[in-house]
Write a protein that binds this ligand. Structure first.
Ligand SMILES: NC(=O)c1ccc[n+]([C@@H]2O[C@H](COP(=O)([O-])OP(=O)(O)OC[C@H]3O[C@@H](n4cnc5c(N)ncnc54)[C@H](OP(=O)(O)O)[C@@H]3O)[C@@H](O)[C@H]2O)c1
Length: 241
């Protein structure tokens, strides 16, 4: 028996990539799943591959959609905020609409979903919140206009919740993956170090969800390298620029 047996877990951003692989991994561990995203067809297909799962369409950029999904979901033991949007973008090629879309899905969507669920968790004295951030949230990296800042905001949000929710019975954790081979990273024209399969990344997320640890960064040593950048002087980080 696993720690997910009989637990109802809501994955937001479950139709593709990491979320889809996570649904399979949690399903194998006995979790009862609620799967959300915009593409209901892909979600229904996924539900048919799993022993105990139902789909609820939800667009995290629309508060009404989030509210009706929360009402339809009913009681959940835990939620995973995995919805994400990404377009590589340099400052000189700024696409206003794309940068706003990334912020809307990656960060503001989390505010909508958590604002509609966390107070209920606190009232019940239980609930688990897992936020899927990114190693790109730790430092301003090149070609990450919109994306990097939205993930930094998500990490900051998790840190605040970690302070505020202590002693309430509600657990919050942030999981920051490195590169995963999904439709999202297909847009990258560079060689991605330590690229993982969605299945490998999902196994690591499940492991993180089984522990009480607040923060999980992977894969090492790439994650150590990213965090080290913050300790280096600007002179070294931006040398020659
Ligand atoms: N791939 C990587 O290298 C990598 C690295 C670090 C972190 N991450 C993070 O991991 C998460 C999953 O990314 P992925 O690589 O698996 O990307 P993906 O394959 O594009 O999956 C993204 C998921 O988010 C959902 N989504 C997008 N916009 C949404 C919206 N407005 N409302 C509800 N759901 C929405 C998508 O479903 P619909 O399109 O059906 O709505 C899809 O299920 C993201 O948060 C991403 O930032 C990815």
């Amino acid at each position: 028996m696993s720690s997910f047996d009989g637990k109802t877990i809501w994955i937001i951003g479950a139709s593709e990539g990491l979320g889809r692989a996570l649904a399979h991994a949690l399903g194998q561990q006995g979790a009862s799943l609620i799967l959300s995203a915009r593409n209901l067809e892909r979600l229904s297909e996924l539900c048919s591959e799993l022993p105990d799962a139902r789909a609820i369409r939800c667009d995290v950029t629309e508060l009404d959609s989030v509210r009706s999904a929360v009402a339809e979901a009913g009681h959940v033991d835990g939620l995973v905020y995995n919805a994400g949007a990404y377009d590589p973008m340099r400052s000189a090629e700024w696409d206003t609409e794309a940068s706003l879309r990334m912020s809307d899905v990656n960060y503001l969507g989390a505010l909508r979903v958590l604002g509609e669920t966390v107070p209920g968790f606190v009232r019940a004295g239980q609930g688990e919140v897992t936020l899927i951030g990114s190693l790109a949230g730790y430092h301003g990296l090149p070609a990450a206009i919109g994306y990097g800042a939205s993930k930094a905001a998500l990490i900051s949000l998790a840190e605040t919740m970690r302070h505020d929710l202590a002693g309430t019975g509600v657990t919050v954790r942030i999981v920051n993956p490195g590169f995963i081979k999904t439709r999202l990273t297909e847009k990258n024209g560079f060689k991605m170090p330590m690229l993982m399969t969605p299945e490998d990344a999902a196994d690591r997320v499940v492991k993180a969800m089984s522990r009480r640890r607040f923060r999980t960064d992977f894969p090492a040593p790439f994650s150590w390298f990213i965090r080290l950048i913050d300790c280096l002087p600007d002179l070294l980080v931006y040398r020659g620029k």
